[in-house]
Ligand binder design. Sequence first.
Ligand code: FPP
Length: 239
Amino acid sequence: MGREPQKIQGVPRHIGIIMDGNGRWAKQRGLPRTAGHKVGADTFQKITNYCAKIGVEVLTVYAFSTENWARPKEEVDTIMDLLRSYLKNSFKQTRKDIIVRFIGDRAPLAEDIRRMMADAEARTRDSKGMILNVAVNYGGRAEIVMAARELAQQAVNGELSPESITEELFSGELYTAGQPDPDLIIRPSGEHRISNFLTWQCAYSEFVDMNVLWPDFKEKHLDAAIEEFKSRDRRFGGI
Ligand code: FPP
């Protein structure tokens, strides 16, 4: 039996955001691209607090993809420094009840960043508020390969039979294990791509792209995206 078409009510449980347009925002003002990332980091803090306030259960933001290493060193260094500064000051600017998680492969990250990430996760693990997944060195395909390797290893060890691999079991090996899939994915800056973001988890997400650059993104833009989301019928493959 298929699921009933579901008219959406209330705020989405899980929102994903591709924080795009920082470079263009800076270029429009004759500033270096790094200036766009700095303002983008402030937007990130504001929108995180707003999502927690309106009752979103999980927010996932794309801060740095596996492909972003190809950018000029100065730009990569700036994004990593913004991450450092967020990790050092996070508890001053974001709400105290947020559970912070980092998704992506941490191995290539600087040691101090990895340590601060682990500290932030440990400190917020028992909080009662929204889960904030910050995607750093994240790629959706790499995440799927990671899960496949883990299950293959379990099969080789004789702990798992291939027939017992289900979608649920597979989901349980992803960084987002135990979390609902994103209901809504927002991409500012007028681009229409998913760009390797939550590749497995986005199977039934509603996608809203918006004509605003991330540094200019305000609470009202999030409200508008949620209104657009609510106007849609989610059918999950049914009719
Ligand atoms: C995409 O815009 C944005 C990024 C690759 C970096 C996003 C990072 C931040 C918002 C700040 C750091 C985050 C944290 C968690 C502190 P783009 O540079 O591709 O923009 P463009 O398409 O206009 O060039």
